[in-house]
Design a protein around this ligand. Structure first.
Ligand code: PLP
Length: 393
């Protein structure tokens, strides 16, 4: 058969193999969405020479494509880290850290105000995996030194707690931890990695729920684990592979697409939230505003010292004369604020929490309600809250 004569292939073969190659040198602003499970090697030797850990090339879809490598690099840059691993949710990112760094017999310290699924995970690790989990008061600061044992391997931190809003002294906790060779993991979701420079304040590992501000669309679940240290990243990377934490490239694209507006959106949420919080602080129905930029919030002075912004999430405590039935009525009667978990999207959200059931000790009697201030006009949000307060019977 002469070389220039086409092989006569069956239709199924033609449907799978095409000789067409699109012209090279296409250039456009958006990152391409590179979907792949299978990644191709030019020959067997190239396949054998590849190491999946090495991110200068590609091995298998689970370990990434140009699309996910780009998001990882950009997130590391935003956090001033050197390495980033993507996980299928923020909670998966938290799980990855525990699985990578803890083993039977180890001890881990978790703040009492932690994102509650992190606590669920901790309880599971202690029930079923022989890992000792202890909870500490979020405002413990340097006092954490007294809790560190020889088998303590990891201290979880979060600033502020995403329901009760206490702002912990992260530098003090990190200094005490490092003096005893303990790693500190920090959940930086509240400040989106742009209002708190976690590594500068001493943290070893940062997690982000990209589901919140980075996505911004209330449509993606994704998490990131970011580090500066290559050895630490290697331990996390091994666990990431063993757990099989892949992410979908369409979702990665959605996050990449919204990154350029991250700070603009965060600042808009922040400005509006402070106005709504200030208005709520003036209301007789509200006994406390738990917003880190307000003096009522435990750890406010630490927020002032360490943070450059606040975003859209804060809580209030209703006066103790209101029953849960009444505050439920308030939440139900809001029109612009929807009832739902998560935050960081354009739509304002509101949720009541049964916080006494979530915490070892909680000093307030009034009902806690959390607001996520979206991107609607602030006056309309305030008017909505005003009518819902007036509707309480
Ligand atoms: C939402 C959230 C997470 C988990 O993110 P998911 O993607 O929903 O799993 C973790 N930490 C904090 C503080 C969060 O708000």
């Amino acid at each position: 058969m002469s070389k220039n004569k086409k092989i006569k292939a069956g239709l199924n073969t033609t449907l799978t193999h095409s000789a067409y190659l699109a012209p090279e040198q296409f250039s456009a602003l958006p990152m391409a969405i590179h979907h792949a499970s299978t990644v191709l090697f030019k020959d067997v030797a190239a396949m054998r020479a590849r190491r999946w850990q090495d991110k200068s090339a590609y091995t298998y879809g689970l370990h990434g494509t140009p699309t996910s490598f780009t998001l990882e690099a950009r997130l590391a840059e935003i956090e001033q880290g050197n390495h980033c691993l993507l996980a299928p949710s923020g909670l998966a990112a938290i799980t990855l850290i525990d699985m990578a760094l803890l083993q039977t017999g180890d001890d881990v310290l978790i703040p009492d105000n932690v994102y509650s699924p992190n606590r669920e995970l901790g309880d599971w690790l202690s029930r079923s995996f022989g890992i000792k989990v202890r909870y500490y008061h979020p405002l413990i600061g340097a006092g954490i030194a007294d809790l560190i044992q020889t088998n303590t391997k990891l201290i979880w931190t979060e600033a502020p707690g995403s329901v009760s809003m206490e702002v912990p002294d992260i530098p003090a906790i990190c200094a005490a931890a490092h003096a005893k060779g303990v790693l500190v993991a920090f959940d930086n979701t509240w400040s989106a990695g742009i209002a708190f420079a976690a590594f500068e304040h001493g943290v070893d590992i940062v997690i982000q729920a990209l589901t919140k501000y980075q996505s911004g669309g209330s449509d993606v679940l994704m998490g990131a684990v970011i580090t500066q240290d290559a050895t630490l990243n290697k331990r996390l990377q091994e666990a990431h592979m063993r757990l099989g934490f892949g992410v979908g490239m369409d979702d990665v694209y959605l996050v990449l697409r919204n990154l350029p507006t991250l700070k603009l959106r965060f600042d808009a949420h922040d400005a509006s939230a402070r106005k709504v919080a200030a208005w709520l602080a003036s209301r007789p129905e509200i006994s406390r505003v738990l917003h880190p930029a307000f003096p009522d919030c435990p750890g406010h002075e630490i927020w002032q010292r360490d943070f450059t912004g606040a975003g859209g999430l804060f809580s209030v405590i209703f006066d103790a004369r209101y029953s849960e039935a009444q505050t439920d009525q308030f939440v139900n009667n809001l029109k612009l604020f929807k009832i739902g978990f998560s935050w960081g999207g354009a739509c304002s959200l509101c949720l009541p929490y049964r916080i006494k059931q979530m915490r070892q000790d909680w000093p307030h009697d009034g009902i806690l309600i959390r607001f996520n201030i979206g991107l609607e006009d602030t006056e309309d949000l305030i008017a909505d809250i005003e009518q819902a307060l007036a509707s309480i019977l």
